[in-house]
Design a protein around this ligand. Structure first.
Ligand code: MN
Length: 290
């Protein structure tokens, strides 16, 4: 278990191969433009999908690898479905790009040593947040994790699946892969509106912690088309300057931060910055294999 000291925790959405966008945001947060040394109060959680789509996936991985080597325990990496393309055993999807062998080896290495995990918890004075790539659906929380009461316990249960015979559950698909809506879709695949948010609408009061996720969004930022049912949208606010979507679920929040950078980016976006926060990644150290 790793806990960084309390400070600013910047949660980055899907980078998708946009190394220049990532660099610019880190410098905006106070990282040194040359060394990328972080200011003392800054820790990063990245929710996966570092790679694919944009111009330089290998460059993104090299940048992240350099930061993590130079500054241990300042960058916590989660796995997205695009990283999972290179892990075993996972559902594969058709994608026109393939990473080079160095990039592939790095992702597999991170996974087996626990340096890239399904989940992290972020602890703040106001409460706990669970960070995953796609969000934790109510069905997965209840049936696959037995309903953990805190984000730290949820992250612990998710991360403990890796390297166990339950590991395939981490990659449980959802409608984006199968076409069929699944209110127990897994934390790397749940679709934001129809699966993640819809799953908690039966009884929103039972979601025990807030969540932050990437992967998909209840708004198409280009067309401004909404991709969720009206009872979700009435509880949702949009921050187009940062490309954040915040939905109230009972007394908790679900914040979607996938900026949908696409192939060319070229618009404003930002990580979600939580104050007086610390990151807890159960299972990250001492898992004993790899
Ligand atoms: Mn994704």
């Amino acid at each position: 278990m790793t806990a960084a000291r309390p400070g600013r925790v910047a949660v980055f959405g899907d980078i998708g191969g946009h190394v220049d966008e990532l660099y610019t945001e880190l410098v905006r947060l106070g990282a040194d433009p040359d060394s990328l040394d972080f200011p003392d109060d800054l820790t990063v959680v990245q929710v996966g999908d570092l790679v694919h789509r944009g111009p330089d996936s290998a460059g993104v991985l090299q940048l992240v690898h350099q930061i993590r080597t130079d500054q241990p325990d300042r960058w916590f990496q989660l796995a997205g479905n695009h990283e999972a393309q290179y892990l075993e055993p996972t559902p594969r999807f058709d994608w026109p790009e393939t990473l080079d062998s160095e990039s592939t080896d790095l992702l597999r290495h991170w996974w087996v040593i626990g340096a890239m995990t399904p989940a992290a918890a972020i602890v703040t004075p106001e409460g706990e947040w669970l960070a995953t790539h796609a969000g934790l659906t109510e069905g997965f929380w209840k049936r696959s994790l037995s309903g953990p009461a805190s984000a730290t316990e949820a992250a612990e249960a998710l991360n403990a699946m890796v390297g166990s015979d339950r590991e395939p559950l981490v990659f449980r698909a959802g409608s984006m892969l199968t076409g069929a809506v699944d209110l127990a879709a897994g934390p790397l695949w749940a679709e934001a509106g129809s699966e993640l948010l819809a799953s908690w609408q039966g009884d929103p009061s039972i979601m025990p912690f807030s969540q932050v996720h990437g992967h998909s969004s209840v708004i198409d930022w280009r067309s401004h088309r909404f991709l969720a049912e009206s009872r979700t949208l009435t509880r949702t606010s949009f921050d187009p300057g940062r490309r954040h979507v915040t939905t109230r679920v009972g007394s908790q929040l679900v914040v979607g931060i996938d900026p949908v950078l696409g192939r060319r980016a070229g618009f404003g976006w930002a990580p979600l910055v939580l104050q007086r926060a610390s990151v807890v990644v159960p299972g990250r150290i001492g898992r004993g294999h790899g």
